[in-house]
Design a protein around this ligand. Structure first.
Ligand code: GN1
Ligand code: MG
Length: 366
């Protein structure tokens, strides 16, 4: 990760000490997580025992308007916290809690960039891979619940921090631009992937067309429903906390479902080089369908329910397209840790799309 090479230990300590945390700072360690921000965990000696905190240096190349990002996070987490009280199905749920700076601001502007801090949610586990249909069901139920709770949040109060983030036509445009410019001369080595995109362009506009016609409503979504953004309580096995609210913005409901399938039902990691291992586990897929519908059936329209398998393919295609565009652009958005990393990631997503196309009949939802 970039954080530990650019930031010395002394500077890291000075940074986290600018947050409103009591006690004696014992350690700050990097946590390799996500493709966007730099993440660290600190441990403090306090009365009554050690306490941990999670710190993130936010990526200003991706998020140009940090005040807007933090505004959304505060809005959504306050809204959720109010909802949890009194919901008997979510008694063990905890909202994310920001720790302010010593000046009581929601984030810190340091020489190294903007930083934010959360209380570490203890007694929980997050999973990078799913092997258990119960986890798939529970994650999907939690994200469905999350979206249901946001239905009465005034969307006009949320800022669009990443314009057209969920739009596949917009992602196709970014891809076209990167391909036309080909700034690092990689296009010639990506012809199969470029053809793969060309053959599927038409699917890109389906949701936006339906939105224009009024058959798919605009809804506020989580926007990054990876399994590891759910913290499972070690005692009950239930979802305790949903993290990573950076992309919580108005979009289409089934984006969250599609992204859940893309990540949670995957038979491999996002970085897998052996495409023989890549696919979608239909047992996990079915658990995701059931879990998601258990929390959303009361508000999803018949059209949205019918489009669930399509959304799984569309979101997987769209993330693959974003990885491929970033590879063509010279790896300017997602962090990379090896040569052709974004190309490998794109190939994984595209292989999953093919597998889902082959099994479309089995994936239908009624
Ligand atoms: C990024 O960094 P992380 O893992 O939270 C990306 C998501 C992608 C995901 C793919 C702001 O999320 O949209 O689905 O990578 N976040 C942003 O793994 O672009
Ligand atoms: Mg994220």
């Amino acid at each position: 990760m970039t954080g530990d090479s650019e930031l010395g230990m002394a500077a890291l300590h000075r940074t986290v000490e600018r947050f409103d945390i009591r006690g004696i700072l014992l350690s700050v360690l990097p946590l390799q997580r996500g493709h966007i921000h730099d993440t660290f965990v600190s441990t403090w000696r306090q009365e009554g025992g050690n306490k941990r905190y999670l710190h993130q240096r936010m990526n200003t190349k991706v998020f140009h308007d940090i005040p807007a990002v933090m505004h959304n996070i505060e809005l959504v987490s306050n809204h959720l916290r109010a909802k949890v009280d009194g919901d008997p199905t979510m008694t063990s749920f905890t909202g994310l809690e920001l720790v302010p700076t010593r000046e009581q601001r929601s984030y810190l502007v340091a020489g190294t960039g903007p930083w934010r801090t959360y209380r570490f949610v203890e007694g929980c586990t997050s999973h990078d891979h799913c092997t258990n249909p119960d986890h798939a069901y529970e994650a999907a139920r939690a994200f469905g619940w999350f979206q249901a709770q946001l239905a009465d949040l005034d969307a006009a109060q949320l800022r669009e921090t990443l314009p057209r983030f969920f739009s596949t036509p917009h992602r196709l445009q970014q891809f076209d631009d990167a391909l036309a410019e080909d700034p690092v001369g990689r296009a010639a080595a990506c012809l199969p992937e470029i053809r793969f995109v060309a053959a599927r362009r038409a699917m890109g506009s389906v949701i936006e067309e339906l939105q224009k016609q009024g058959s798919i409503p605009l809804r506020t979504v989580h926007g990054d429903t990876k399994l590891n953004n759910v913290l499972f309580d070690d005692g009950t096995g239930k979802a305790r906390c949903i993290v990573d609210l950076d992309t919580c913005m108005p979009g289409y409901s089934l984006y969250d479902f599609g992204d859940l399938v893309r990540f949670t039902a995957a038979t491999s990691g996002e970085d897998e080089r052996d495409l023989g291992k890549v696919g979608t586990d239909l047992g996990l897929y079915k658990a995701l369908v059931e879990g998601y519908l258990s929390a959303t059936r009361q508000f999803l329209s018949p059209k949205e329910i019918e489009l669930m398998p399509f959304a799984a393919r569309l979101v997987t295609f769209t993330i693959g397209l974003r990885f491929l565009s970033d590879h063509l652009a010279g790896d300017v958005y997602f962090k990379v840790h090896r040569e052709n990393h974004n190309l490998d990631r794109a190939r994984v997503q595209f292989r999953m799309v093919e597998r889902m196309e082959q099994r479309a009949a089995e994936m239908a939802v009624r």
